[in-house]
Write a protein that binds this ligand. Structure first.
Ligand code: APR
Ligand code: ZN
Ligand code: ZN
Length: 361
């Protein structure tokens, strides 16, 4: 039996979000219905609402979520009703070339639930990133559910569904940060701070945080930065070189997504170092680099997709580390809010006041 629940939708371009009744169908083959317990507010939700992603309004927003599986469709064996799960937006196919080569984070064929959730008048909803979890319940593909230790608070677990996983993964998966490494993180919002926490976890000896806002640098320090650079006042490339004996950092993580910070990241790495690009640029952005600089610098330049994570490997591991007190995921939760406070949370996020506001249901 389809059920009716409350959810937050973005009705049209730049219109305020509102709470509507959502019809959630029973799970079909390969699908699951999840009772959402918590869902973080991410910049991408705001981009959906602003029409920056596509025009498939109305959207059912929310995608950084954790909850309990309520029911599953036929053929679902990995999760069962009652399981506590974190949702992910990259359920991979398992059969494309990327999957077969053991690099499923580059899977070309990720999938979501086949059935649609709707409004009560039958209007089909587009769930944000194929999840739509600012709702009491949501329908997803079973592959979007990863079981983790239920001892963790849902508002903490849900963080791994997007931004925090992107940052931690940029450090530990894409950047392959190792014990004793020097790391520079440019841009210390939620993603950059998570990259700092991931670098600390990986045993980096020096973690240099770069931002234009001193408030962000204070938070970065609490997340594990050993040095901070305000790039409004100091040339960050020179500062990073100075702090690394003149060489540049072993790993530089760009978590802003702007031409000037891409450029800084390129030049701040040690000649054998790695640049990890996790900040997402817009289509018109470009940088120009002398080819001799491209040729003359070794190391590597990599982009990081969702922290190149493998949910089934990384989510349970990071939750265990959190429960053991070795990774403070709770530090990313600035506030918990109710479903009807999402619009206000967007404003606070826009002002840069929060790392994460998390809706708790
Ligand atoms: N140099 C250094 N830091 C900057 C600059 C700059 N020129 N411009 C902005 N910043 C800082 C901001 O002060 C802020 O602390 O970058 C940070 C960006 O943080 P958020 O806006 O909170 O964004 P976040 O959620 O961390 O995401 C960062 O990663 O995954 C991507 O799409 C995401 O592109 C975005 C980036
Ligand atoms: Zn695949
Ligand atoms: Zn997100």
């Amino acid at each position: 039996m389809a059920q009716e629940v409350r959810g937050v939708i973005a009705p049209g371009k730049d219109e305020p979000v509102r709470i509507e009744t959502i019809v959630v169908p029973d799970p079909g083959p390969g699908e699951a219905v999840v009772r959402v317990q918590a869902c973080g507010v991410c910049h991408t939700d705001l981009h959906y609402k602003q029409g920056g992603i596509n025009d498939d309004f109305p959207f059912l927003l929310g995608h950084e979520a954790a909850g309990v599986v309520e029911s599953v469709g036929d053929d679902v064996t990995d999760v069962a009703p009652g399981d506590f799960v974190i949702l992910n937006w990259r359920a991979v196919c398992g059969t494309c070339r990327a999957c077969l080569r053991g690099r499923p984070w580059y899977c070309f064929d990720t999938h979501n639930a086949k059935q649609k959730m709707t409004l009560t008048d039958g209007t089909e909803l587009s769930p944000a990133l194929g999840i739509g979890a600012f709702a009491e319940k949501t329908l997803v593909a079973a592959g979007q559910c990863t079981k983790v230790d239920p001892a963790v608070a849902p508002e903490v677990a849900g963080l791994l569904g997007c931004g925090v996983m992107a940052g931690i993964g940029a450090a530990i998966n894409t950047g392959n940060v190792g014990r004793g490494d020097s790391v520079a993180v440019i841009g210390c919002g939620g993603v950059g701070d998570a990259a700092i926490a991931g670098s600390r976890l990986a045993g980096a000896a020096k973690i240099i945080a770069v931002d234009i806002d001193d408030r962000k640098l204070d938070t970065a320090r609490s997340m594990g930065a050993t040095h901070t650079v305000n790039s409004r006042q100091t040339d960050p490339v020179e500062a990073i070189r100075e702090l690394t004996g003149g060489f540049g950092a072993d790993v530089v993580i760009e978590a802003v997504g702007r031409p000037e910070t891409y450029q800084q990241a390129f030049y701040a790495r040690d000649l054998a170092g790695t640049v990890v690009l996790v900040g997402v640029p817009t289509p018109e952005m470009k940088i120009e680099l002398p080819l001799l600089d491209v040729f003359g610098r070794g190391g590597s330049l990599k982009s990081s997709w969702y922290g190149d994570c493998l949910p089934s490997r990384d989510f349970p591991m990071l939750i265990d580390l959190h429960l053991q007190g070795r990774l403070d995921l709770g530090a990313f939760v600035t506030e918990t809010i109710a479903l009807d406070e999402v619009e206000k949370a967007f404003e606070r996020m826009h002002r840069g006041d929060v790392l994460r506001s998390v809706v708790v249901l």
